[in-house]
Design a protein around this ligand. Structure first.
Ligand code: NDP
Ligand code: OXD
Length: 307
């Protein structure tokens, strides 16, 4: 039985070593060295393209990342389960990124950066965290972990998801009918939604208008969820005060894009988090064991929902 890996070769070398140590019975192959295609039962890739169709005995397709929007599910036969990556390294990275972004907004660091450029020494009154309302779009693995950390600072925390959730210390809203109520109580909006037909273009002028005037956003979901022209307009009008943007459409963001020169926007190149080599190899091994013993795998996606 073989696992075929098609992604970053540096991470692949670490995985090969981990497999040799912990699962010497499983052959770990790195694309394009696929050996006998009939031996391959598992494929791990960011974008497998048509490779899936060349492996007659394939049993599972694993995404190397948390999201699966980069996969063309219509080209993966319906009989094959598709599993996304759930591993502690991705969670830790996202918790760090969003916590830093929310704290920077909360402590007025965008205002101080502008004041520094103008050599202005002018304290801004400190607001208690309890008076800052943070709202997270998406209460999945990442959104929940982020809220659990933000709650410890004393922020007034809320979250929005498709189905109802119950998280200690977090006001939970569910479904489209509750979106406006959630937005109206949110000073810092964090997006951690998967990209699906329902979330594409969600961060638009309607959503910005439903937030309190002067709200901020932290976007670490997927670029196509944000309507950039609407954000630029909302920034111009002061409806949105500042934005931390990790994902854009397209990526990389073109050098002449107007977002780059916005004084109250911070852009990072899709680095909010990433699959961490060792913990991800262990998560994959755990899923391979689950699959061979007939247990449900962790992170299997629902094709109908798209995440
Ligand atoms: P999960 O699948 O665990 O959670 C997704 C959440 O979004 C769920 O709470 C789900 O609701 C909610 N959701 C989905 N569709 C809708 C909708 N139409 N309306 C309301 N809520 C919706 O995903 P993760 O938390 O693991 O990851 C989220 C996303 O973060 C990834 O898909 C990826 O796009 C992005 N990401 C970005 C990274 C970066 O570096 N910038 C790194 C890793 C991930 P419900 O609970 O009801 O199903
Ligand atoms: C992911 C990402 O989905 O890095 O894992 O964006």
């Amino acid at each position: 039985m073989s696992v075929l890996y098609k992604s970053d070769p540096v991470r692949g070398a670490i995985w090969a070593e981990r497999f040799a140590q912990l699962a010497p019975d499983i052959a770990f192959r790195m694309w394009p060295d696929i050996g006998d295609p009939t031996e391959i039962r598992y494929l791990v890739a960011w974008q497998p393209d048509d490779l899936v169709l060349t492996l007659p005995n394939l049993e599972v397709v694993f995404s190397i990342g948390s999201g699966v929007d980069q996969l063309d599910l219509s080209r993966i036969p319906a009989r094959l389960p598709v599993v996304r990556m759930i591993e502690p390294g991705i969670v830790d990275g996202m918790v760090e990124y969003v916590t830093e972004a929310v704290l920077a907004i909360h402590r007025d660091l965008y205002d101080y950066a502008l004041q520094q450029q103008a050599r202005i020494w002018k304290p801004i009154p400190l607001r208690p965290a309890a008076s800052r309302r943070v709202g997270v779009l998406g209460l999945g693995v990442l959104g929940t972990a982020v809220l659990e950390r933000l709650r410890l600072f004393g922020f007034a925390c809320a979250g929005w998801s498709r189905s109802p959730h119950d998280i200690d210390g977090v006001e939970c809203f569910a479904g489209n009918a509750a979106l406006d109520t959630f937005l109206a109580r949110t000073d810092v909006l964090v997006c951690l939604l998967p990209l699906t037909d329902a979330t594409r273009g969600l961060l638009d002028r309607r959503v910005f208008a439903a937030l309190p005037e002067g709200a901020s956003i932290v976007h670490a979901g997927r670029g196509p969820q944000l309507v950039t022209d609407d954000l630029l307009d909302a920034l111009d009008r002061g409806q949105i005060r500042s934005a931390v943007i990790d994902v854009t459409d397209p990526e990389p963001l073109p050098a002449d894009h107007p977002l780059w020169s916005q004084p109250r926007v911070r852009i990072t190149p899709h680095i909010a988090s990433a699959t961490s080599a060792v913990t991800a190899a262990d998560a994959l091994l755990q899923n391979l064991r689950r699959h061979s013993s007939g247990e449900p795998m962790i992170g299997e996606i629902d094709r109908a929902r798209g995440y």
